[in-house]
Write a protein that binds this ligand. Structure first.
Ligand code: KG4
Ligand code: ZN
Length: 356
């Protein structure tokens, strides 16, 4: 049983955790959301600086919470790809330094593999193969999880990620950042059938549509055009010309319904066609109530199991990184200390991170 100290700094959460195999001993996350809020999105340089300011405290808090000493730690891990390079470098450099000073093996982790491993934290007996629906601000993927380090991305978005679409729609409705939780809340008060919005589909050269890939940029444009049209009709607006709350709620509900149905349709088709019995959902959009309802109902019809790990493991955290690293370490997968940060890296290439 490997015990790993892990750091995650790929975007806007400064996080550290201690994980003993699939069990979380401590998990600390310092969110930068408030720092980026005035800009309406993550500012990379600001994120790197904030990681630098926060990391020492987060590491100290993590060790204190678990009452662990370095002697009990078998390896040190950090997210090394994909993500914002400046942000990744902060956590990666800290982890490599700790590995040198404490004379421990170092394990670099692919961020998306971390999201997959969040499923094992909530269900320690889970065994591959299964399907992972990863829906976050940066990614929308359907991943066939075959074994530790063996992944096939079978479907993905061709443009905006699902979370990004929520954030962009919230911005055009002037609701604030991050948009997903706000749209979700307003959608609960609206009518999901109020407006028909187009589900983005990817045409295939041989005819028909790609069964698993998605597209959200057209949907976002359709919401923009809908807002412009509704604003021209006086009944929909208040005395200052802004859309009435009830109309905004209906737009939020209709948009959420379209995204949830689109993701559900693809995930179910994928699991059924590949003969996979479990769908594990990860990423911040896993919190979405529309997605939860649609996916759970459709899975029940097809006799599939859906896992929604606790939200603290769905959004960015270091526990999921530590969980992935512990399994790599047990298999003797160790990274060189020369490992660099990489803004892009395919999940299919994860084994390049290790000497095997
Ligand atoms: O996984 P995450 O914390 O960060 C990364 O992108 O890696 O995901 C953040 C994304 C944001 O786009 C946010 O708007 C979205 O997840 N999100 C939601 C909800 N909560 C967070 N989207 C829809 N409904 C929600 N309840
Ligand atoms: Zn993430």
């Amino acid at each position: 049983m490997a015990t790993v100290f892990a750091i995650e700094t790929s975007c806007d959460e400064t996080a550290a955790a201690i994980v003993k195999n699939r069990q979380v001993c401590s998990n600390v996350v310092a969110s930068q959301i408030k720092i980026h809020q005035p800009y309406g999105g993550v500012v990379p340089e600001v994120a790197s600086r904030s990681h630098l300011e926060m990391l020492n405290q987060v590491v100290a808090q993590c060790l204190a919470q678990a009452h662990f000493t370095w002697a009990e730690i078998d390896g040190i891990a950090a997210t090394c790809a994909p993500g914002l390079v400046g942000a990744l470098l902060v956590g990666l450099t800290a982890a490599k330094s700790l590995a040198i000073v404490r004379q421990k093996p170092f394990v670099g982790v692919h961020h998306l593999e971390g999201h997959i491993y969040a499923a094992y934290l909530s269900e320690p007996d889970l065994q591959p193969p299964f399907l992972c629906l990863l829906v976050s601000g940066g990614h929308t993927s359907l991943i066939h999880v075959k074994d530790c380090g063996v992944y096939e991305t079978v479907g993905q978005t061709r443009d905006d990620a699902a979370g990004e679409a929520f954030d962009k729609v919230a911005r055009l409705l002037q609701l604030g950042y991050p948009g997903g939780p706000i749209v979700d809340k307003l959608a609960a008060m609206g009518n999901p059938q109020a407006f028909a919005l187009p589900e983005g589909r990817i045409s295939l050269p041989e005819g028909g549509y790609h069964p698993y890939d998605s597209s959200f940029s057209g949907l976002k444009t359709a919401v923009l055009q809908l807002v412009q049209k509704l604003k021209k009709e006086r009944d929909n607006c208040d005395s200052e010309g802004s859309l009435r709350d009830a109309v905004i709620n209906d737009i939020a509900a209709s948009f959420q319904e379209t995204v949830a149905k689109s993701l559900t349709k693809r995930a179910i088709a994928c699991a059924v066609n590949l003969g996979l019995k479990t769908i594990a959902v990860g990423g911040g959009v896993a919190a979405n109530s529309g997605l939860r309802q649609h996916l759970q109902a459709a899975a029940a019809k097809h006799d599939l199991r859906v896992l929604f790990p606790p939200l603290k493991y769905c959004t960015d955290n270091a526990a999921m990184i530590g969980c992935a690293a512990a399994e790599h370490l047990e298999r003797g997968h160790i990274s060189p200390l020369t490992l660099g940060a990489n803004s892009r890296m395919s999940l299919g290439d994860v084994m390049e991170l290790y000497h095997v």
